[in-house]
Write a protein that binds this ligand. Structure first.
Ligand code: MG
Length: 409
């Protein structure tokens, strides 16, 4: 039996993606043990089982923001060598419980956590731009990236993909749509003519423009298909999430924006599709589950499983598709435009949107103001082409401050 152990670093282990990643690891561990049992039992000689390879994971490092209680439980279970905590107080608390553990802290600590030459793969489950520098550090060391962080490619797609190519590093998407494209193409992106990214349409799909403008955050948080963090749920309601995914897809699959189509698919069963250059289309279908894309990225290309999604049946299903309404969901249009212009413009789009969403969640602005703010910021910005990392962070910071300090709606 082949047994491979991969060393894994997890950024953001207590978040939605992080906790599901740990569930995937437990599932794979259990599957490996079961296979071992089957192979050592003389009465069962199933050749398909004995041919099965098993990857197990050794958690080298993990980080958390502020959920210390859960983090402590996770450390007990997964025994990492190094951890990083968002705040100094949190780091102290963790250190007091695990005196022999290396406990790092803050953004610098996160870079140190990522800077581990023994790591085979790093999963970036943190939200926000804090993952960008650690990701580049891991890439420098030849560590593959299981990418669940949007900002990495939206802000610095050119820099990150160039570094990955230079270091022979795989960037394996965890987001369900990009995972569907990886699964459908098996990574043969050079054979693709175009990709079709599906969107559920969010809770406001069939509401009027005015109803969307005046929606409360309670209505916006009521996503019909996926249970996710608050920020991404609002982004799904405005379709900005889809816009950010389009920019990510452009970098991940090396396709021009004209070859990226967004299709509304309220049932969320087709997770995305690819059209090959020969005209054949392959789609990935399944009941919504984030475990599958996480598991696929971690075990790629061998597609191992410890967790299965519920089986999909074509019978009794109606799959519907429609064009996105760019008038009703102008954020999607803004994202396409920002992506096409490139340079620092997607940085500004992302930063303005993030602060606007937080203001909306605090009840300071209306839903319609999110678009207005992002539109104003992107219009007023003169993009820098081929920006350095410093110029990217500068554009990000300036935009955030301006939106934060702006008291008008
Ligand atoms: Mg998605």
């Amino acid at each position: 039996m082949h047994k491979t152990t991969k060393n894994l670093v997890i950024l953001g282990s207590t978040g939605s993606i992080g906790t599901q990643t740990l569930e995937v690891l437990e599932g794979l561990e259990k599957a490996a043990k079961d296979t071992h049992k089957v192979q050592n039992a003389p009465e069962t000689q199933d050749p398909s089982e004995s041919a099965k390879k098993n990857i197990s994971f050794n958690v080298l490092g993990m980080s958390c923001g502020s959920n210390i209680e859960l983090f402590i439980e996770q450390i007990k279970k997964f025994c990492p060598k190094k951890v990083c905590v968002g705040s100094k107080e949190g780091a102290k608390e963790v250190k007091s419980i695990f005196p022999n553990l290396e406990v790092l802290c803050g953004e610098e600590g996160l870079i140190e956590l990522a800077d581990d030459k023994n790591a085979d793969i790093m999963l970036t489950g943190t939200s926000g731009c804090v993952a960008l520098k650690p990701t580049l550090k891991a890439i420098e060391n030849g560590t593959d990236i299981a990418l669940a962080n949007k900002e990495t490619l939206v802000m610095a797609g050119d820099i990150v993909t160039k570094a990955a190519k230079a270091n022979g590093v795989n960037i394996l998407p965890v987001d369900s749509e990009h995972s569907a494209i990886l699964q459908s193409s098996n990574g043969n992106y050079e054979l693709l003519n175009k990709i079709i990214i599906t969107a559920s349409g969010g809770p406001f799909l069939h509401k009027s423009r005015d109803e969307i403008k005046n929606a409360t955050f309670k209505e916006a948080l009521n996503h019909p298909r996926w249970h996710m963090g608050k920020k991404i749920t609002i982004d799904s309601a405005t379709l900005m999430n889809k816009g950010l995914e389009v920019i990510e897809a452009h970098h991940l699959f090396n396709l021009p924006y004209e070859k990226i189509e967004v299709v509304i698919h309220p049932e969320s069963l087709v997770h995305s599709a690819v059209e090959f250059k020969d005209g054949s289309t392959v789609a990935q279908i399944g009941t919504p589950s984030m475990h599958i894309p996480i598991q696929y990225a971690l075990t790629y290309p061998s597609r191992e499983y410890g967790i299965k999604s519920n089986s999909f049946s074509f019978l009794g299903q109606t799959l519907t598709f429609e064009k996105p309404d760019f008038e009703k969901f102008p954020c999607l249009k803004l994202a396409f435009e920002a992506g096409k212009t490139g340079g620092t413009l997607p940085v500004v789009l992302n930063a303005a949107n993030e602060i606007a969403v937080h203001k909306f969640l605090r009840g300071e602005i209306g839903m319609g103001d999110i678009f207005k703010i992002v539109e104003r910021e992107t219009k007023n910005h003169t993009p820098i082409q081929n920006p350095t990392l410093d110029e990217i962070f500068e554009a990000d910071k300036e935009t955030r401050q301006r939106v934060l300090n702006d008291k008008t709606r």
